[in-house]
Design a protein around this ligand. Structure first.
Ligand code: ZN
Length: 292
């Protein structure tokens, strides 16, 4: 099968085949509409690998939905990770459309980012072709080092007690802008939530004597994702895009208990994951906006 396919296309590079099919599919879209464009794409399935097929389906579906809203035009594929160019209001925007954010790393986009442009990754669900998430890559430059960027990270703090030492059944969460390059950070916002413990505290409290290791992990990961999703939605209202979740943690460096306070990253969005160390030193963090 593979041999036959290769013989069939022996004079054409796979990228050329991909680009020519993409061009045809979008011309058909403009001439005859979405359904016919999908049909043409389907007819060309045997010439594309699975990844290219899924990629083009996602692009077509995204284009169909947002062409008018963002005045999109398909971009040339010349290695700059842009599928469509358009406008959001009067601001120019570029979109890269994907179904698998695991392959998308911020560092691959950095050299294409420039002032005055928005650059977004649209993550499509490969099952129903609905949009799952949009990541705006216009992360502000870090004012301290000028090399890194600032990413919004939610930090989970410990339980709140009043001055009599009684539990308030609440936990505070801070929103920090963190530069993973020089490890500078600044506090941007905070909130207080009932029953949102740190991931490490939650993990300790799960009774896992009778659980398989995998099940235990799954329960802790479930809590991690729920905490992240809850805070992400909360801060999305203020148009802040949460890129990660961390615990405020004391790191012990010697047997007599010496150490330092820092934040340990528990969850990071795929696009920035490789940017971050395991943890950074921050000093002890507390919610200064609340009086107890
Ligand atoms: Zn920095």
């Amino acid at each position: 099968m593979e041999k036959k396919k290769m013989m069939h296309n022996k004079n054409q590079h796979p990228a050329e085949i991909y680009n020519s099919i993409r061009r045809i599919v979008f011309s058909i879209y403009h001439r005859d509409g979405y359904d016919h464009a999908k049909e043409i794409l389907e007819k060309n399935r045997s010439k594309l690998n699975v990844q290219s097929m899924v990629g083009l389906k996602a692009e077509l579906s995204f284009y169909h939905r947002f062409q008018k809203e963002y005045c999109l035009t398909p971009a040339l594929d010349s290695g700059e990770h842009v599928d469509f160019a358009g406008n959001i209001g009067i601001r120019p925007v570029r979109f890269d459309v994907t179904t698998n954010e695991k392959f998308k790393e911020f560092k691959n986009y950095e050299k294409f980012l420039c002032e005055g442009y928005d650059y977004r990754i649209a993550i499509m669900d490969g099952k129903n072709w609905e949009i799952k998430d949009v990541i705006d890559l216009a992360f502000p430059k870090c004012p301290s080092c000028g090399n890194g960027n600032l990413f919004s990270i939610a930090v989970l703090l410990g339980e709140n007690f009043n001055h009599k030492g009684e539990s308030q059944w609440t936990h505070d969460q801070l929103l920090l802008d963190v530069c993973p390059y020089c490890e500078e950070f600044r506090e941007r916002d905070s909130t207080t939530t009932h029953f949102l413990p740190k991931i490490s505290d939650y993990a300790q409290e799960v009774d896992h004597e009778d659980l398989l290791e995998d099940d235990y992990k799954r329960i802790v990961e479930g809590h991690t994702h729920n905490a992240f999703d809850y805070l992400r939605k909360l801060w999305e209202i203020k148009t802040i895009k949460l890129m990660g979740l961390a615990d405020s943690t004391y790191f012990t460096t010697s047997k007599d208990g010496d150490g330092y306070w820092g934040i340990k990253f528990q969850l990071l969005q795929d696009v920035v994951r490789n940017r971050f160390p395991d943890h950074i030193q921050t000093g002890m963090l507390e919610n200064t906006s609340e009086e107890w």
